[in-house]
Design a protein around this ligand. Structure first.
Ligand SMILES: [Ca+2]
Ligand SMILES: [Ca+2]
Ligand SMILES: [Ca+2]
Ligand SMILES: [Ca+2]
Length: 425
């Protein structure tokens, strides 16, 4: 390699090292996705982690874009923010620049002189480590970075040296968030964790703890992995909070919009409610319907589960405006008197609740009502509830839900002149 090429390569690395841009997008890396503070959760201090290996930020593994770049920047003499910006794993347990610098100082002193020339140099030792952590081997590891005084120059020897300082315990990483809110009474599927080891590769994660999704509470799950040499990863935890946050489902019985005749009786069909956790839940109805006053009334149904989640639904009940109807009444004698109502002789009448009926009768045949056929001529009495006889040759009856269901109209003067009345809602 010419001096010119060597210099270009050095400058390119210098740019990479000093760049303040995020380096995550520049290369494939096992670096964490983001600096989400809830992405890990340790049971205890990571006492199992030794300092002095390439895992500078103590997240459990040595990565090019975190530990490797940190080592390189440190070798360039950077410190503080310019040393750490963008290169700390989100699951690192080291939080201060001082701790990182102390760890770097240890690694530098004990192992930093990778090529054995007696000094720790960014453009030789630093780049060797960065390349190694990127997975480069052979000539691609060593080209352009072995200085004149190097005593270790063969890639195999360099790889062996750096390999010995890779963290030996498995690296464990939680899938999903460390703090999970889970809806009670729904199936909980844990996202688990993954573990990798520099020697064993992908290894099994042992999870302890369980979530009972049917019972509200906070559950702790623990994850760890052990490699073939018995090295144990750090223990990660996940906190799963199971709670009922779903309101009951209310089922309205009957229609949501109801019309009722004036003065009719109204019996509400009500509503039922069920909750995913509490089962059948009581429904409280508020509001009322006054069928004697034409208006629209709102009934409100509320169901609350044991966790305080509340569902509300309503029904509109409209009481109709009053109606009126007039019967023209005459009388005829065909061997006995008979009322003619709207042209029909002694008809059976049907009267509806909510309507006021006016009978205009001839003066000599005063029409009256009774609950007994033919009224006073058959042992009955005159029916007067909601009946008005104050008009001249006129009687009105306001038919309500409390009006007798069967009535008879008769002439107060002549027997067997009337007929039957049926009252309907
Ligand atoms: Ca690390
Ligand atoms: Ca060196
Ligand atoms: Ca191992
Ligand atoms: Ca609920």
């Amino acid at each position: 390699m010419t001096f010119n090429n060597f210099s270009k390569l050095k400058l390119a690395y210098l740019f990479l090292v000093l760049s303040s841009f995020s380096l995550v997008s520049l290369a494939d890396s096992s670096m964490q996705d983001s600096a989400d503070p809830s992405s890990y959760y340790l049971t205890e201090a990571s006492t199992s982690f030794s300092s002095g290996d390439w895992d500078i930020d103590d997240n459990g593994q040595a990565d090019a874009l975190t530990d490797g770049l940190m080592f390189l920047r440190y070798a360039f003499g950077l410190s503080g923010d310019s040393l750490l910006n963008g290169v700390i794993s989100s699951d690192s347990v080291i939080s201060s620049a001082a701790e990182i610098e102390a760890e770097l100082a240890r690694v530098f002193a004990s192992s930093g002189d990778i090529d054995g020339d007696g000094t720790v140099d960014a453009l030789s030792d630093g780049l060797l480590l960065l390349r190694y952590l990127f997975g480069l081997t052979g000539n691609t590891l060593t080209t352009g970075v072995i200085g004149d005084g190097a005593t270790v120059t063969e890639s195999a020897a360099l790889e062996s040296y750096m390999s010995a300082l890779m963290p030996q315990a498995p690296y464990i990483k939680l899938n999903g968030s460390a703090f999970v809110s889970h809806e009670q009474a729904t199936t909980y599927n844990d996202a688990g964790a993954t573990a990798t080891d520099v020697i064993d590769g992908s290894i099994e994660v042992i999870k302890t703890g369980a979530v009972d999704a049917s019972v509200a509470g906070t559950y702790i799950l623990r994850y760890l992995a052990t490699d073939s040499e018995g090295n144990v990863s750090r223990t990660l935890m996940r906190s799963v909070t199971v709670a009922d946050t779903t309101a009951p489902a209310i089922t309205l019985l009957g229609e949501a919009v109801v019309e009722v005749e004036l003065d009719a009786s109204y019996e509400d069909a009500g509503a039922t409610a069920t909750d995913t956790v509490d089962g059948v839940v009581e429904v409280v109805t508020t509001g009322s319907v006054d069928t004697s006053a034409a208006a629209t009334y709102t009934l409100t149904y509320t169901a609350t589960d044991n966790s305080g989640n509340r569902a509300i639904t309503t029904r509109e009940v409209s009481v109709k405006e009053p109606r009126a109807e007039i019967f023209n009444v005459t009388a005829t004698n065909n061997g006995g008197w008979a009322y003619i109502i709207n042209g029909v002789s002694k008809p059976d009448l049907t009267l509806e609740v909510g309507t006021t009926y006016t009978f205009n009768y001839p003066g000599s045949h005063p029409l009256r009502f009774s609950t007994v056929n033919d009224g006073i001529f058959n042992g009955g009495v005159e029916y007067t509830q909601d009946v008005d006889t104050s008009g001249t040759n006129q009687i009105t009856i306001r038919v309500t839900s409390s009006t007798a269901k069967t009535l008879y109209y008769y002439c107060r003067i002549h027997a067997r002149q009337g007929g039957k009345i049926t009252v309907t809602q």
